[in-house]
Design a protein around this ligand. Structure first.
Ligand SMILES: Nc1ncnc2c1ncn2[C@@H]1O[C@H](COP(=O)(O)OP(=O)(O)OP(=O)(O)O)[C@@H](O)[C@H]1O
Length: 270
């Protein structure tokens, strides 16, 4: 990933006074992003940069526009205005699959698994799709055993390789969605509520997996999540969405102390 450009310290964060630091170019840059559908503005004038290796978490009340923003960034919905850059390339008009080839991967809030397909078959199919040979009918989805083994070991699902998705626990289903995502080796991962539906006992293991994908493998992560304890544990910065706008974007501690943010939740526990 290119890191030849630099972002000024005042833009990028809060280094100590007088400290000379260079920052990598933003992996992702949003400028004045908006999405209007059926006359309703769902996402309104959102701008921010994400640096390589950063973990940026999104919170906000239901319907605030978090998933819609992820749809715009990943290319599932076209923006109504504004620009999106990935690694310095303007991808605003690019389709989702082109952004995926540039290293952007995402998971969805609701399960995207096939109930009757095994864990290994899911990953094999993802490997086939990532290989770009899915149109070759002689190249079978079980033709990627090493890739499947590697990804299943990485997501602690090797012992469930032959289990159908509908027999998995919620936590295992979320891990399988991450496994499918990891086949494409995304450098920028958009995770939409990866803890949704997961039992309290399974949250710590899933949290550790996401932490290692970020910390050990250096992937940049954007994550929507309602589990505040998980976010405070993982996030470098916290973004608050409210009525489609970016209400706050700062360190988790600063955001939690922000009276405007407190008011937006109107007494809801953050
Ligand atoms: N395709 C669409 N057409 C019209 N309205 C939409 C569409 N997609 C989303 N919306 C509306 O946009 C608003 C924001 O939805 P979105 O799913 O982005 O919110 P969210 O912050 O992710 O909420 P949650 O935390 O509940 O998942 C909601 O009022 C939703 O009904």
């Amino acid at each position: 990933m290119s890191s030849s450009n630099t972002t000024s310290p005042s833009e990028a964060g809060a280094p100590d006074a007088g400290e000379v630091r260079s920052f990598p170019a933003p992996v992702l840059r949003l400028r004045d992003i908006g999405w209007t559908v059926g006359g309703a503005t769902i996402v309104d004038s959102v701008s921010f940069d994400v640096r390589e290796g950063e973990f940026l978490a999104f919170i906000g009340p239901n319907g605030a526009g978090k998933t819609s923003l992820f749809n715009l960034v990943s290319g599932l919905s076209p923006v109504s205005r504004g620009t999106i850059e990935l690694d310095g390339h303007d991808v605003t008009a690019e389709a989702a699959y082109v952004r995926a080839r540039r290293g952007l991967g995402r998971t969805f809030q609701t399960s995207s698994l096939w109930p009757g397909m095994t864990v290994a078959e899911h990953v094999g199919l993802a490997a086939q799709a990532a290989d770009g040979t899915s149109y070759r009918i002689w190249r079978r989805a079980d033709a990627y055993p090493e890739q499947v083994d590697r990804v299943l070991a990485r997501t602690q699902l090797a012992h469930r390789a032959d289990t159908c998705a509908d027999a998995l626990s919620h936590g295992e289903k979320r891990k399988l969605e991450l496994a499918v995502l990891l086949v494409g080796e995304p450098r920028l991962m958009l995770l939409d509520e990866p803890m949704a539906g997961v039992s309290a006992e399974e949250v710590p293991a899933l949290t550790e997996l996401i932490r290692s994908l970020h910390k050990e493998e250096g992937r940049t992560v954007l994550m929507v999540e309602h589990h505040m304890d998980v976010l405070l544990d993982l996030a470098d910065r916290l973004a608050v969405m409210h009525h489609g706008t970016l209400l706050a974007l700062d360190t988790p501690q600063a955001v939690m102390a922000d009276p405007t943010v407190q008011q937006a939740y109107l007494g809801e526990e953050l």
